[in-house]
Ligand binder design. Sequence first.
Ligand code: HEM
Length: 181
Amino acid sequence: MLGVVYTSFIEMVEEKFSPEIADQLLANPQLQYGGIYTAVGSYEHHDIIRMAIHLSEISGIPADDLVPAFGEYLFHQLVQRYPQMIEDCHSMLDLLQGIETSIHTQVRALYPSASLPSFECIREADNHLVMQYESKRPFVNLALGLIQGAANHYGQQYEIEVVRARDNEDNKASFYITTQP
Ligand code: HEM
């Protein structure tokens, strides 16, 4: 997992919780990389899951709420960092439809070591998109937050239905997204 995901997570904790809580998470002796991450580094994803669980324990906020909130924050950070990647997208669904074929393809070109999920997208109507997410990592909730981030970016309202391939499994799911006019 690219370090930018880690550095964004720490930044969110510092901003929305406190720098002390961020330090507390980074000092956890269970972390594989000793709590040291740089934006251009590359790391296994386990530390971020450990930190999210730890943050949930400290704050009392369920991880199922924290992870989507982080996805929303991360979307904003990614757009700040790579604005050119979405400059041809004019709506939330256009952007989401192009995740696999455009955005993540550009990410792969820049960072061959990036470990990205796969999204199969079917645009069933102008206002309706089906996305099938599959990953080696359990990040359905992160994807939900990123989708919310895209909606915020375009100021769009939407409804979403999430169907996991199996209960309690977060590696594979279908998202049925309908935007409102
Ligand atoms: C400006 C837009 C975006 C950019 C530049 C971007 C880029 C990235 C980058 C750099 C990573 C980390 C790759 C790695 O860990 O090696 C990532 C991961 C991920 N992205 Fe995107 N992304 C964008 C938008 C989105 C959106 C809107 C979604 C949701 C539909 C999404 C879904 C994901 C997920 C779920 C992961 C975690 C990896 C996994 O599940 O296996 N991304 N993305």
